[in-house]
Design a protein. Sequence first.
Length: 428
Amino acid sequence: MPEAARYLEAAPEIEVKGLLAHLKQAKPELAGTVALRTFQRGVKVWKALHGPPKEVFFPQAHEPARAAQFDWKRAAELEITIAGAPFDHLLGHFVLPCSNWQRATICFSESLTSLRVGVQAGYWALGGVTRELWTDNSSTATHTIKRGSDERTFNDAYAAFCRHLKVSPHTINVGCPNEQGDVESAHRHLIRRIRTHLTIRGSNDFPHQAAYQEFIDGICAAANGLRAGKVADELAGLRPLPASRYPETEQIAVNVTNGSTVRLKQHTYSVPAKLIGLKLDAHVSESEVRLTYEGREVCQLPRLQSPKPRIDYRHIITWLVRKPGAFRGYIYREELFPTVVFRQVYDQLCAADDASADAQYLKLLELAAERGEAEVAQILGACLREGALPRPQLVEDRLGAAEAAPVAVAPFTPDLKAYDALLTEVSA
């Protein structure tokens, strides 16, 4: 059909079904005379005879133990939850291209820290190091761009990491992910395997992150077991591991503001008020932040993965109780409602007596800090269900009553036959 050929010459990638629909609209006489399958076969023949050349892929000969590849894969499509909460994460994927041996680690960003964790997890699981380590060219974890130039070079921190491992760093050309095709292909297979095992398991939910990592480790181990022969060749050629791992945390100096907060990697964290004015060392890993002063740990916090600040009311409640007028306009006020029930109680207090609501709510937070958040939340919930306004004195009285309530203990009734049997054995 000359009309179809004209369109295909101008745009060989045109969708065949859409092209046929257009031709039938332009020439109504074609309706009912040209079937879609017949037209598709004709286009396929035309492309084979007159179409543009297709991309050629060049299989590579991989030498055992020569190289490892590392890349990140977003895992949102797996819809994993931890204790019922959505778990937004990536998989740091470490692959040996010769044998396709692999290991995947849970991480939260394409950072140098997650790369160190993932690469070293792979090498230490193998028990040796390859001669080369390959990454892509787009990662800020490994590269830096010179000012006034498009040239990308390895950054100092990544170069130091590779020197520690005694591996030679390599990268692919810009815009050529196919040059690291083994790990890219391994991404697809890994996700497919995880999906299959999740289906067999019957749930995408895990009690904690460690259980999910163990689940992934088992999948990788099973896949690696299918390649035992090639893996043995890789292991025979690996270089020895370094005497110790390269530090998998990043150390950053931070100052504690007079608001009892620190700013770290574009995130805000609260810290105990006694640290105000001090300069601390933050040891940042993928999952937590450890703060030290003069070499001693003073605070440990879960690392934030979202722009939302982390303000722990326990760090500042003593001073807020003394300055209740600061609560309503506090820029981090919304972070001081640890659960929904606390927010509901505050709204009830405002409705009953707006002038004293802030001071009363802060007293409730102080009780939560001193007597336990879960215990206070349980009483607050009960008050709301009863229609009682949960003022601090009422909550404190109920806490005292719960603590003073005697614990019922079942009476102990000994079985005297057991003693008779014992005496019989002794006399015998």
